[in-house]
Design a protein around this ligand. Structure first.
Ligand code: ACO
Length: 427
């Protein structure tokens, strides 16, 4: 018998198995808790609850470590490509050259969307938030690709996963084009995944689009940095939706809806707005004092993280990438200088040191996305585009797991106990 955890409640003492992962904290397996004790656990926000077994992504928040299938995010961001990381997340191992070529070619050949789906955009107001449009059109994919929605068939699951990864750039670019009143551009199969997305977003039919290699590389890296992040809110949403047997297009639409929230995908927009509001480095001390003031609701956006109590490893890469893009485009940006100075001052401030508040991935990503030319409303759309591979990889892992059950949390009921209905005239 392996390690056991003892729970003593009232007169009863019950043992529960302790499970060990390949790395990271042990977990107490409480699946039999209700059966053996008649009690549930109470853990809103799931701060102490593992919802699944997963071999995809590992985070050590104390040490600031993020691994995909064992590979550190820094190495992947520096040396790999988004297509390669996508293959890795989906298949578990890095691809050989032939495998990567074949995978990239398959994804490239799924980038077009059904022509009728493009008609959907015209039903939206031009000023609709692109995330509202994305929730709609991604969910609508299930109305077009009936030949890949049998989730019990591994081949269907594979094709729908490829379709989702491939079509997201086309749908995201179309959401942007619609909002600014420009025509949609069809994909160009001669370009890379990321180059194709940039062209569909910023190109126009009237002229050749000139792809800037530094921008293409930076965008690809940003996609890598957002590809997966274990059981975060939107991924858990995709898994929960999928646990009922819903098709993957519908599940990813649910993930997009969850990602839209300001506490999740919307923080980089808030961080950029904050940096713009601060304006010049001489105003930073005032804002740091406000962030420390318990009576002031202001927080340093892009600082702190539920899991990372150290430098977010994605922020390290992001900061370096901002520099590379600015150098390549030969631009300077006072907001970046303000961000660097703010980081320096905060990291030397007792309040931030003591609370282990470090820059997170969102601190620098807004600066770079805005320099590339994206409006703030598109920031979360880009996150959704990149996270789609994580969502489908996690969804596939869940469906292939024989222990998978419909997700159905329990509750602590605090409402009225049973009472009799009173007819309306007697109330
Ligand atoms: N500025 C100032 N103080 C902060 C900040 C901040 N950015 N973040 C946390 N604190 C303080 C809190 O006031 C609290 O202080 P207290 O213990 O004296 O009450 C303490 O640090 C702990 O904060 P919590 O909110 O309890 O920590 P939690 O883990 O729940 O929150 C969160 C994490 C939501 C990310 C928080 O740090 C925050 O609001 N940051 C700013 C928003 C942000 O950047 N979000 C992006 C997250 S990354 C992502 O989603 C991809």
């Amino acid at each position: 018998m392996g390690d056991q955890a003892k729970l003593s409640a009232g007169e009863t003492v019950t043992n529960f198995p302790v499970l060990k992962g390949s790395v990271g904290p042990d977990v107490i397996d409480i699946r039999k808790l209700y059966g053996q004790t008649g009690m549930f656990t109470f853990d809103p926000g799931f701060t102490s609850t593992g919802s699944c077994e997963s071999a995809l992504t590992y985070i050590d928040g104390e040490e600031g470590i993020l691994l995909h299938r064992g590979y550190p995010i820094g190495q992947l961001a520096e040396q790999s490509s988004f297509m390669e990381v996508s293959y890795l997340l989906l298949n578990g191992e890095l691809p050989g050259k032939g495998e990567l070529d074949e995978f990239s070619s398959t994804i490239t050949r799924h980038t077009m969307v059904h022509e009728q789906l493009l008609q959907f955009y015209r039903g939206f107001r031009r000023d609709a938030h692109p995330m509202a449009v994305m929730c709609g059109v991604v969910g609508a994919l299930s109305a077009f690709y009936h030949d890949s929605t049998d989730i019990a068939d591994p081949e269907h699951r594979k094709i729908s996963s490829h379709r989702l990864i491939a079509k997201m750039p086309t749908l995201a670019a179309a959401a942007y084009k619609y909002s600014i009143g420009q025509p949609f551009l069809y994909p160009d199969n001669s370009l890379s995944y990321t180059g194709n997305f940039l062209r569909m977003t910023f190109g126009v039919p009237a002229e050749e689009y000139e792809l800037h290699p530094a921008v293409e590389q930076a965008m690809d890296r940003i996609f890598i940095l957002h590809a997966d992040h274990e059981q975060n809110a939107s991924t858990s949403t995709v898994r929960l939706a999928g646990s009922s047997g819903a098709n993957p297009f519908a599940c990813v639409a649910a993930g997009i809806a969850c990602l839209w929230g300001p506490a999740h995908g919307g923080a980089n927009e808030a961080a950029l707005n904050m940096l713009r509001e601060i304006g010049t480095p001489d105003k930073i001390p005032h804002f740091i004092e406000r962030a420390k003031d318990k009576n002031d609701p202001f927080r340093l956006m892009g600082f702190g993280h539920r899991v990372y109590k150290n430098y977010d490893p994605r922020a390290t890469v992001m900061q370096k990438t901002v520099r590379e893009v600015f150098d390549a485009l030969k631009v300077t940006n006072p907001v970046f200088e303000t961000a660097l100075r703010l980081e320096e001052l905060a990291l030397n401030d007792e309040y931030f040191i003591e609370k282990k508040l470090f820059p997170n991935v969102d601190f620098y990503s807004g600066i770079i996305l805005s320099a590339i030319g994206f409006p703030t409303t598109m920031f979360t759309v880009l996150f959704a585009l990149a996270r789609t591979v994580g969502w489908v990889a996690q969804w596939n892992e869940m469906i292939s797991d024989p222990a998978q059950k419909i997700g159905r949390p329990r509750q602590l009921y605090t409402g009225p106990v049973k009472r009799d209905y009173t007819p309306i005239g007697k109330r």
